[in-house]
Design a protein around this ligand. Structure first.
Ligand code: SF4
Length: 421
């Protein structure tokens, strides 16, 4: 039970508007807020209101996680970028005869998995384009091939769009297709391809090929057969606060039934070179504003409190410095080391392909918090309170850039442990 002083928000924040104050008071009393109240928070305009929302999110995070911030050591593998679905926000897909079209054989994927294992990865995250020649059996075959060589590697793989595609190609119901994948060794699934779970918006983004209803059905079925998933939102294009609150509310309602979401990850829209932006430069935004990014992490923490308690910040979308700032906006997880990343990079993000475990630990320490390495299902594997991870060179050359350059501005915390050694 909290004391009155612990239960107050925004110490020192004055002039908070009544609607925002009422909502935040209810949140801190442990009550769930509605979709409409979520919209009020997303629309917060004054600095006082925003600060109160951020402090409330940070306080909720503190209640659940204390000062611990987690990450996982994983490798991202995009086995192909060949895809004909034509999603308008996508700058990753290529036609098979286009420059830059890529296909990795099973042997090449296995070689990358071994390399990841040797660098301490406990997870490989595998997603690919919907290659027209891919048989439906490919997905389970790939899982079996990896598990045969690396039985302890966690397979976090295949978006709901890929499940829709593989099941259609195999002419199997989602449940049967997912059960086969589970038997083949699939551990968890990325909850990507959610974009915004709103029919009108999806019609413009993806021609509604994977509808909201199908996304929800696949994710619910995955949870029912024992495959947990992450959950995501891609925001800052033709969407707005109503869509964001409805999206988070829908995820919350699924979670109440299935308990199958491990985390929520906000993903900022990257506009560069997308058909969505180029066809409608006057109507499509250039991604979310800094305020919107802050509010997305904070309001997600507030709306999902008690339901999805892991809010992950994507350093590939925001960069290391901005990702660190989100640790005081309600985020408690920095995602994975990734080792190689091509989806955000293709879409114009330029924040590197890997942040090593050693570097992630320095970022968390610089924020004044305690870093910990976790498993894919958020079990704590190692707390870095008195030691550092082994320092490794990045897998892919950075051409002299250093994602931690910004830490020079945090002299009190940066490298604190090393200085003491
Ligand atoms: S988002 Fe995925 S399904 Fe859509 S075009 Fe890009 S790779 Fe294909």
């Amino acid at each position: 039970m909290m004391s009155g002083s612990e239960n107050s928000f925004a110490k020192g924040v004055t002039k908070v508007s009544s609607p925002v104050r009422d909502i935040l008071d209810r949140v801190l009393e442990g009550r769930e807020i509605s979709k409409a109240e979520g919209v009020v928070l997303f629309r917060a305009a004054s600095q006082s209101d925003k600060q109160a929302i951020f402090e409330t999110a940070d306080s909720l995070k503190q209640r659940v996680h204390g000062d611990r911030v987690t990450f996982t050591v994983n490798r991202n593998i995009n086995f192909t970028n060949i895809c004909y679905m034509g999603c308008k926000f996508c700058n990753f897909a290529k036609r098979s005869d286009e420059d830059g079209a890529e296909w990795q054989s099973v042997e090449q994927v296995l070689q990358r998995c071994h390399e990841a294992w040797d660098r301490g990865a406990t997870e490989v995250c595998i997603q690919g384009g919907l290659h027209p020649k891919l048989p439906g059996s490919y997905y389970a075959d790939l899982c079996r091939a990896i598990k045969a060589e690396l039985p302890d590697m966690h397979l976090h793989a295949f978006s709901p769009f890929e499940i829709w595609y593989g099941a259609s190609k195999s002419k199997k119901p989602y449940r049967e297709f997912l059960e086969e994948l589970k038997d083949a060794g699939l551990g968890t699934m990325p909850g990507t391809a959610a974009e915004i779970l709103d029919t009108d918006i999806r019609k413009q983004l993806t021609k509604d090929k994977l509808s909201t209803e199908k996304w929800v059905e696949i994710v619910r079925t995955a949870h029912e057969v024992g495959i947990k998933t992450t959950s995501t939102i891609m925001y800052g294009h033709i969407d707005g606060p109503e869509h964001w609150a409805a999206h988070i509310d829908l995820l919350r309602s699924i979670q109440k039934d299935t308990g199958g979401f491990t985390e929520f990850v906000p993903l900022s829209f990257q506009h560069v070179g997308t058909a969505l932006y180029m066809e409608n430069p006057d109507k499509v935004r250039l991604g979310p504003s800094t305020d919107e990014i802050d509010l997305m992490h904070a309001v997600a923490r507030i709306m999902l409190h008690g339901f999805i308690d892991n809010i992950q910040v994507s350093w590939t979308k925001l960069g290391a410095e901005h990702a660190m700032a989100m640790l005081s906006r309600g985020a408690n997880d920095l995602g994975g080391t990734l080792m190689e990343e091509s989806i955000s990079r293709s879409a114009g993000a330029d924040h590197g392909q890997e942040i090593t475990a050693h570097e992630l630990v320095q970022i968390v320490r610089a924020s004044g918090r305690t870093p910990a390495r976790r498993s894919s299902d958020y079990r704590i594997l190692e707390v870095f309170d008195d030691h550092d991870p082994v320092r490794l060179d990045p897998l892919i050359d950075r051409n002299g850039s250093d994602p931690l350059d910004f830490l020079a501005r945090f002299p009190d915390q940066s490298g604190k442990l090393e200085a003491a050694e």
